[in-house]
Design a protein around this ligand. Sequence first.
Ligand code: HSE
Length: 348
Amino acid sequence: MKIAFIGFGGVGQALVKLLRDRRQSLHDKYDMDTTVVAVSDVMKGSVYDPNGLDEDLLLETIAEHNHLDHYPDNGTAIKGWDSLKTIKDSNADMIIEVTFTNVQTGQPAIDHCKAAFENNKSVVTTNKGPVAIAYQELSKLAKEHGVYWGFEGTVMSGTPALRLPFTTLAGNEISEIKGILNGTTNFMLTEMEKGLSYQDALTLAQSKGYAEADPTSDVEGYDARYKAVILSNVVMDSPVRAEDVTCEGITSLTLEDLNNAIENNQRWRLVARMTREGESVKASVKPELLHKDDPLATISGATNAIVYECDLAGPIMLTGAGAGLIETGYSLLIDLIHYQKERVLMKQ
Ligand code: HSE
């Protein structure tokens, strides 16, 4: 599997470490052998070597210089290709799209996915934009070109919020999905319950790396709204758009609101809720006042949780990390392993 990274922040680097450190077990268990051939990042520059880049040198170059111009010249490495050229002209068959999510347009990640599929290349991404804005179009394109599109990490990072209902709970009708899908705001609410101010709680969430590049996405509920759109489209098979989702963040909640709730055995939580209504799905993201014993009220810190109301299996709750470099890097690895399993099956 020849891999090109489009974007190379902490998540992409975490995946390179995983691929390096688990090389032997990935080979032994899944017959999976990977070579990173290219990295193209709008800030950190780019390097492409059709024979494969040295993973340690790549990570060291970024750690020391934060720019790929410093990757050692070896006679075959090419510098300066932009993302679209890397996608189209490199010999990679797998594109890892890990650029920042743009909540307004989903770009340039949508164009990256399109270019990959049109050039018969598979994509694995943690970028919510393409899945939330262009799911129908991109999944059709991937299918037409016979390539793979993985995006497990777009909802709850390495916690399998998409694959669990899709595979393990297959056969159930899911009438409702509700969850705490944004780690930053849940962390902030639980810190504020302990007495921290809104601003201090946000600064702490940013320092821990939970927040989006622009934290407005977290606190106004846009990040959770994207995840609600993804769950509605992918799991509930309903083409909900971001503008269809009622969205209210946590900015109007005060310390007093949170304390009053606690005094009444309640908790405020930012809940994303997707409810099937006939043929369609109604979705909202808003602060909800939950009884303290409600399973979602017991979720604290940056942890996420999701409840699937299944007609056969009953309510199933999944809880785990919703963010984090290793966890999100791992979500890319799960997709790569599934891609590899499909490739092996197709060869048989
Ligand atoms: N900012 C997001 C969160 C990161 O806090 O949940 C994961 O999507």
